[in-house]
Design a binder for this molecule. Structure first.
Ligand SMILES: Cc1ncc(COP(=O)(O)O)c(C=O)c1O
Length: 381
């Protein structure tokens, strides 16, 4: 769905005018159903990169919670932290549970950015990096990724140069919304360039945040790189491969000395007991996420092939969504509107966005993807 310039225009939720940059929330399913005169159940969200089916964790929900729901969760979230440490292969003092990856991004910005400082992002990328940077009063410097034909790869020399006057670099691996992923060796190369540049200038190396919200889909992580680049912060989430977006659980993962300042900004219990229990169980049952990842891999291929056969141009994706190019923003907008009329919600990009001629579509269930393919077929008939 498109980013609206009017707060509340697409969600139906009135929000006070703010001076700060804010995230424009996706329109709610109820709002879209009313707007397009469709039954609520017929709306399918292809715009938010979630999964079509939650994992079966009913046993967790019907069991007793410890501590019970009348108490606060333990502030150290020990069982959740232990499960995450095992799942991600790090020490328990390197894990900070947060209310989704978004809270981890916000806390990292709070810890390491303020007025007069600079954050750098490789664009196009996830909108929150700019938002949390500017909310701190810091400046956001955009470094364009290489061209579409070059796979939206990171422009390492330009990033390294921009980093000379920055305190924090935001990276997204695989990248939302392009679906592209950088080989870990290139991230390692960038970190070396940053460390060398900082040593040459006699300043501290910048914090590098690698948002790995979609890492399970590509099956690798840059976490091992924290041993030679201590100022690396990796962000993970249960919202994507684990199919628990509604639980709101994520993590900031970093060496203890880098995590400390981030931890200082967390509210005492931002992750609820029910969410922590669900996330702990999901991390202890990796076969659930693995099945989701396998489903995405086969459906991603099938969806991209089918739509390519109808003249849509997919970019290669390593995540649970595919970016399609239409070559003309007007064609992308008309396609989005035609999809919305039948209850299929794509992610669109504003007219001034570098991907204005594209739509991003989440890989959903076989049946839901079939609805999308049929709608596209009807449009091309
Ligand atoms: C790159 C990226 N990071 C973070 C998030 C937010 O994740 P969470 O639901 O864990 O807050 C998203 C959600 O789409 C995302 O695409």
């Amino acid at each position: 769905m498109s980013e609206s310039p009017e707060p509340g225009a697409t969600t139906g939720v009135a929000r006070p005018p703010l001076q700060l940059p804010t995230y424009v929330w996706e329109p709610t399913t109820d709002f879209l159903a009313a707007r397009y005169g469709l039954p609520r159940e017929s709306i399918v969200r292809f715009d938010v990169n979630t999964s079509p089916l939650a994992p079966d964790l009913r046993d967790v929900l019907v069991g007793a919670f410890d501590p019970p729901l009348c108490e606060y969760p333990p502030s150290d979230y020990a069982p959740l932290v232990a499960a995450a440490a095992d799942a991600y292969g790090v020490a328990t003092d390197e894990i900070l549970p947060t209310a989704g990856a978004d809270e981890a991004l916000d806390l990292t910005a709070r810890a390491y950015l303020r007025e007069g400082l600079v954050g750098v992002g490789a664009v196009p990328t996830y909108a929150m990096y700019r938002i949390v940077t500017e909310q701190r009063g810091a400046s956001f410097v955009s470094v364009p990724r290489l061209s579409r034909d070059e796979g939206f790869a990171l422009d390492l020399p330009v990033l390294a140069e921009a980093a000379r006057t920055a305190q924090l670099i935001w990276l997204c691996e695989p990248n939302n919304p392009t679906g592209s992923a950088e080989p870990p060796a290139r991230i390692a190369e960038l970190l070396s360039m940053l460390a060398t540049g900082a040593a040459d200038d006699g300043r501290e190396a910048p914090i590098v945040v690698v948002d790995e919200a979609y890492a399970e889909f590509v099956g690798r992580s840059v976490l091992p790189l924290r041993s030679f680049y201590p100022r690396l912060v990796v962000i993970r989430t249960l919202s994507k491969a684990h199919a628990l977006a509604g639980a709101r659980v994520g993590f900031a993962i970093a060496r203890a000395e880098t995590l400390g300042p981030i931890l200082a900004y967390r509210a005492p219990a931002s992750v609820g007991t029910v969410s922590a229990a669900l996330a702990t169980a999901a991390l202890r049952r990796p076969e659930l996420a693995a099945a989701n990842v396998a489903r995405v891999a086969s459906e991603r291929w099938r969806l991209a092939q089918a739509l390519e056969g109808l003249g849509w141009s997919p970019y290669p994706s390593q995540a649970n969504f595919v970016l399609f190019r239409f070559g003309d923003p007007a064609v992308a907008a008309a396609t989005a509107e035609a999809l919305l009329r039948v209850g299929l919600v794509p992610r669109t990009f504003g007219a001034d966005h570098p991907l204005a001629d594209c739509l991003r579509l989440t890989v959903r269930s076989v049946e839901e993807n079939d609805r999308l393919i049929s709608a596209a077929r009807e449009m091309s008939a």
